[in-house]
Design a protein around this ligand. Structure first.
Ligand SMILES: [Zn+2]
Length: 131
C-alpha cells in the first residue's frame, strides 16, 4: 500500500471543510466540539476519537492573522477616506475585532483538527498517541 493510497480515504479538503463547519471530519454529521471551542473526546454520531487533536496555538495564530488582514486595511481605508475622530474608529474596529475573533476561532480550530485527522497526525492514524 502506498502512502497516497493510505491518505485517499481521508481527503484533506473535505476534512478541513467539515471541521470548519464544526462537524466531525470523519462523518461530517456529529459535532466536533463539546462547548465553544473544546474538542469533544469522540464524535457523537460515528464515535470517531477526537481527543488525539493537538491544535495548540495554531487556531489563535491563524485567527489573529485573518482578523488582522480584515481590520487593519478597513481601519486604514476608513481613516484615509473619512478621517473620523479616534473614538469613532475605536467604536467600530474594537467590537469588529472582538466579534470576528470570537466567531472565527472555533471555525479555524475545527479546520485545523480536521486537517490533523486527515493527515493522521497525533494518533489519528491509529498508532499510540505519544506526548
Ligand atoms: Zn463523526
Amino acid at each position: 500500500m502506498t502512502i497516497s493510497a493510505v491518505h485517499n480515504d481521508r481527503p484533506w479538503f473535505q476534512s478541513v471543510m467539515r471541521g470548519f463547519r464544526r462537524r466531525c471530519p470523519h462523518c461530517g454529521e456529529g459535532k466536533i466540539f463539546a462547548g465553544y471551542a473544546r474538542v469533544a473526546d469522540a464524535c457523537d454520531q460515528c464515535h470517531e476519537e477526537m481527543f488525539h487533536q493537538r491544535a495548540d496555538d495554531a487556531p489563535p495564530y491563524f485567527t489573529i492573522m485573518i482578523v488582522g488582514h480584515i481590520v487593519v486595511p478597513g481601519l486604514l481605508m476608513m481613516e484615509r477616506s473619512f478621517a473620523p475622530p479616534t473614538w469613532v474608529q475605536m467604536s467600530v474596529w474594537l467590537p469588529m475585532s472582538l466579534l470576528l475573533t470570537l466567531s472565527l476561532l472555533p471555525l479555524v480550530k475545527g479546520a485545523i483538527v480536521g486537517l490533523q485527522w486527515s493527515l493522521r497526525m497525533h494518533g489519528f492514524g491509529g498508532e499510540s498517541d505519544k506526548v
